[in-house]
Design a protein around this ligand. Structure first.
Ligand code: ZN
Length: 447
């Protein structure tokens, strides 16, 4: 009789490796790792201290949100229906200038709670006071890939300072929280970071063996800013300075020509598709089919909750698939299974964790969600992929396991006091608006 820590019985499994969905499945977890995920009838005899009844539920890898700014939960709904640059300059940047570490912690904790409740187990975040996000991650038990943001905005000394902080963060927090935290460097964009600073970011990332998280080709306006300054497209400039590589996570990429896509494919740059935020800010649709045809790995991100306005990867997955169909005028262009792959194993590749998470198979870390299919909108089940992508919502997630630890069971989160987290975040958000703004030097460069 094999001993396990947790056994999940009687569930349907979507392993997201090369196998078909598995009915009457069993998942065994020992020391935070999956030791078995397959047909219960074929499993060796096992026992465990903790048994989870998976009847009527579908188990799949926890979702990977490849691009967000978690603490922006505090700005949810604060400046709506505005163009990107106006939204950033008049509301978001002045508010961000007021942020204190404790605010980021409160906002991040709220974001973590929302993610657990909607089935995200790994997320990639870029923000200020990122150590506070790391602390929130440690407390709640999620997995995360975190980058302290870098902005230069024409002030070279500011860029140098923020690069130093980003490097220090990476040194201190790579491997933090029992290795659930991986660090990256976080240069914000090409219009807020100059080419010589970006060169230094590349050198440091290579030296530290960490990835880079950056916004790329997000809007026509920002692409034009780079063209005016350097006479090159963002991608051409980054190739010229030796910045591109398989460890670069490029969020958005809505404004690329075929030539730039080929350059990204050549360097194996990873792309994050943010369908909700791009659509809400009317920045255009990333041509995901073209990127994938070139062999580029694409994950899905929600982006910050101020431009989405939630962190529900189920919603983002559905809109991801629908938008591509509409854009290419072809309903076959992104099947449900492809969207689910982007939100699991491909997302894991984008954040460099494909050997650790993204599929349910023996040897992977036990990052598992159970989705309760015993709901009217999830009945009947002809195709579990279709139900998962087109019918399910984050609130259908019943159980969440990360690193072999049950973070939520029967929709009750075990690592947080839900009421308290919401109350604190609400208080902080209101206080932030009332607080006097500090002198915000570099914003003048944009207005
Ligand atoms: Zn973003």
């Amino acid at each position: 009789m094999e001993e396990s820590d947790i056994l999940i019985h009687n569930c349907t499994i979507l392993p997201m490796d090369n196998r078909e969905p598995i009915k009457e499945g069993l998942i065994a977890i020992k020391n935070g790792t999956i030791t078995y995920a397959g047909r219960e009838a074929k499993a060796p005899r096992m026992r465990a201290e903790e048994i989870i009844d998976g009847r009527g539920k579908v188990a799949m890898p926890g979702l990977v949100n490849c691009h967000t700014h978690l603490a922006m939960t505090l700005f949810r709904g604060i400046a709506e229906d505005q163009p990107l640059q106006k939204w950033l300059k008049q509301t978001i940047w002045p508010l961000e200038a007021k942020l204190k570490p404790r605010d980021v912690y409160d906002g991040a904790l709220l974001g973590c709670l929302e993610m657990i409740k909607s089935g995200t187990t790994t997320f990639a975040d870029m923000y200020f006071h990122e150590d506070q996000v790391a602390k929130a991650v440690e407390k709640v038990g999620l997995r995360a890939v975190l980058a302290q943001g870098i902005l230069e905005a024409g002030v070279l000394s500011l860029g140098e300072k923020m690069l130093r902080e980003s490097v220090n963060f990476a040194k201190k927090y790579n491997g933090y929280a029992d290795r659930r935290v991986t660090a990256q460097l976080g240069p914000h964009t090409l219009y807020t970071c100059g080419s010589s600073l970006l060169r230094k970011v590349r050198e440091k990332a290579t030296e530290l063996k960490v990835g880079i998280h950056i916004h790329l080709a997000e809007s026509e306006e920002t692409v034009n800013l780079t063209k005016q300054k350097y006479g090159l497209h963002e991608i051409e400039l980054l190739e010229k300075i030796g910045f591109l590589g398989p460890d670069v996570l490029a969020a958005h990429c809505t404004h690329l020509a075929k030539k730039e896509m080929r350059t990204m494919a050549k360097h194996d740059v990873k792309v994050v598709y943010n369908p909700v935020a791009n659509t809400k800010l009317a920045q255009g649709t990333a041509r995901i089919k073209d990127l994938m045809d070139l062999g580029i790995t694409v994950g899905i991100g929600t982006d910050g909750p101020a431009s989405n306005n939630n962190l529900d990867m189920f919603e983002s997955m559905k809109i991801a698939a629908l938008l591509q169909k509409q854009f290419y005028k072809d309903p076959t262009v992104m099947p449900a299974q492809t969207a689910l792959k982007m939100a699991t194993i491909d997302g894991a590749r984008v954040v460099g964790l494909e050997k650790t998470v993204g599929t349910l198979e023996a040897g992977k870390k036990a990052d598992i969600i159970l989705v309760d299919f015993r709901k009217p909108h999830l009945t009947p089940v002809h195709d579990p992929y279709a139900n998962m992508v087109y019918s399910a919502r984050g609130s259908d997630v019943d159980t969440v396991v990360v690193d072999g630890k049950v973070l939520m069971e029967n929709r009750r989160v075990k690592t947080l006091d839900e009421e308290e987290v919401m109350l604190e975040a609400q208080k902080t958000a209101i206080d932030l608006i009332k607080r006097k703004a500090p002198v915000f030097k570099f914003i003048k460069n944009f207005t």
